[in-house]
Design a protein around this ligand. Structure first.
Ligand SMILES: Cc1cc2nc3c(=O)[nH]c(=O)nc-3n(C[C@H](O)[C@H](O)[C@H](O)COP(=O)(O)O)c2cc1C
Length: 269
């Protein structure tokens, strides 16, 4: 796989992500063969997968939403921890990044921590570093990048959204209950749609109609129109006003972070 496919895409180090409760064994075996610089896991008990990755000589990063999950992942021997706050897009817990990041840093020292959730510009990266993280994991900002696979309508929704419109989809767990593999307690954050507004707070109804709702969501995903049902997005959408090339986003973030850190230290004097 590495020579036939990955090396065509890049000669630089790359990472591969696997969502533990949805793990595809064949894809994971191919990942190990491809020997990426790093494998990242999310949303469940990755203890066995961490061991397999280490045996293949690959470093591991794991996403956590609570201090308890961080302590557990430290016991598995993960090399880098992502502390993802509840502001994040996609599947999230309930603790905000400002509280979570420093607690995870303390709990897993000396394992390096990457902060995530609500970070869309250099000010956010500076904040994560000040909280003790060694880096930042940015998701929603890259949804509105030129290279992102999301369709144009979804990208436009991110640009037009205020933070309070990116809500936790509470009835998701009625449709997709925990699926084993030590699944983390999470639900998605997405931009409000008539579909979301129509089912929020109606847990008993959602459970009764679960089969039909799951089919509706899967149909939208297959037809590449997820923005009509659950357009995953974090609260940082409120900070994002234009679609940019991914490289430009990274360059701006680095410059802004340097400025933000310098500005912050001036206030201490
Ligand atoms: C549309 C979308 C899809 C995501 N899918 C995954 C995924 O498959 N695996 C994963 O580990 N994290 C996933 N995430 C979470 C991101 O990796 C990242 O931790 C998160 O977006 C950071 O918060 P932010 O959105 O506030 O920047 C996703 C996020 C978004 C917005």
């Amino acid at each position: 796989m590495r020579s036939a496919f990955c090396e065509k895409l890049t000669s630089r180090p790359f990472a591969v992500n696997h969502v533990v409760p949805l793990l595809n064994e064949e894809a994971f075996a191919l990942t190990l063969q491809a020997k990426p610089a790093l494998v990242s896991f999310a949303l469940g008990d990755a203890s066995v997968l961490v061991k397999r990755a280490h045996e293949a000589g690959i470093r591991v990063m794991h996403q956590v939403h609570t201090v308890q999950q961080a302590r557990q992942a430290a016991e598995w021997g993960v090399d880098v921890m992502i502390a993802q706050g509840s502001e994040a897009g996609g599947m999230t817990g309930t603790v905000a990044a400002l509280a979570l990041i420093p607690q995870v840093v303390e709990a897993v020292k000396p394992i390096p921590v990457v902060g995530a959730g609500g970070i869309a510009d250099g000010r956010g990266v500076a904040a994560a570093l000040v909280l003790g993280a060694q880096g930042a994991n940015v998701g929603t900002r890259f949804l509105a990048s030129r290279e992102a696979a999301a369709n144009e309508a979804w990208k436009q929704m991110v640009l037009a959204t205020e933070s309070e419109q990116a809500v936790k989809v509470a009835f998701w767990r009625d449709l997709f209950p925990s699926s084993g593999r030590g699944a983390h307690e999470v639900s998605p954050r997405a931009i409000r749609t008539p579909f979301i507004d129509g089912w929020q707070g109606r847990h008993a109804d959602a459970q009764r109609e679960a089969e039909q709702l799951r089919a509706e969501i899967m149909r939208a995903l297959q037809q590449r129109r997820p923005h009509e049902v659950v357009p995953f997005s974090g609260q940082s959408a409120g900070l994002i006003h234009e679609t940019l090339p991914a490289g430009e986003i990274v360059r701006r973030i680095v410059t802004e972070a340097e400025e933000a850190l310098e500005r912050a230290t001036r206030y201490l004097k």
